[in-house]
Design a protein around this ligand. Sequence first.
Ligand SMILES: Nc1nc2c(ncn2[C@@H]2O[C@H](COP(=O)(O)OP(=O)(O)OP(=O)(O)O)[C@@H](O)[C@H]2O)c(=O)[nH]1
Ligand SMILES: [Mg+2]
Length: 221
Amino acid sequence: MAGITWHYVLKFIITGDAGVGKSSLLIRLTDQRFLANPDPTLGVEFGSKLIEIPEEGKVIKLQCPSPSPFPSDTSITRSYYRGAAGCLLVYDVTSRKSFKNAQSWLADVREHADPHLTCILVGNKIDLCNEEGEGSSNRQREVSTDEADEWARKEGLLFLEASAKSGSNVDLAFEKASCDILHKINRGVFDDNRSPGVKLSNPTNGSVALNQASNKQGCCS
Ligand SMILES: Nc1nc2c(ncn2[C@@H]2O[C@H](COP(=O)(O)OP(=O)(O)OP(=O)(O)O)[C@@H](O)[C@H]2O)c(=O)[nH]1
Ligand SMILES: [Mg+2]
């Protein structure tokens, strides 16, 4: 990949109820850190990161605004939906309400986003209810893996459980979704000239270097 900075820019949105961990997932992805008490998002946060998809031999620049949970009928939110190729639909595995509400977030995505957008359902905060949890902070899981997996299959979504706190599966969630988008680009489903969420690289831009290990496990399976 000498001389290549990235092959595609893929735009993602991160959506879901307030407090499910959207900002925390973005901070974990871009900064590899976790804030125990982040401020609720009032505007829109942006993050960007280079990732490698070894199976496809491609370097991807992810760009993601994480909108605050404003109603989807604001023009600003609609424009973020329209400009995305991928979506992380986030719920909190210790909150059934956030899982139920994922249905209406998905309806918003389907109403406003590119119909070919790849959506991955992410059950966040698994550290709270598995052996990664720290003693007294353990909370009851309210959404089983099987139930979420079944709903994701029914809706045609990818699915993973993750933890912004431990970092578990956070990169993988973006990688899986990116891999799916690359497959769609290969099949001509996304047009890199006309789909706003997908941009082909500018090979003359040599200022960004990939600072990530390349001996990674595959994410496309
Ligand atoms: N234990 C645990 N806590 C988490 C995790 N992710 C986020 N949190 C906590 O959950 C709270 C809300 O996280 P945020 O990232 O601000 O959630 P958000 O979805 O961006 O919230 P809004 O901006 O209000 O929509 C914070 O106290 C985080 O520290 C996680 O994976 N595990
Ligand atoms: Mg936030």
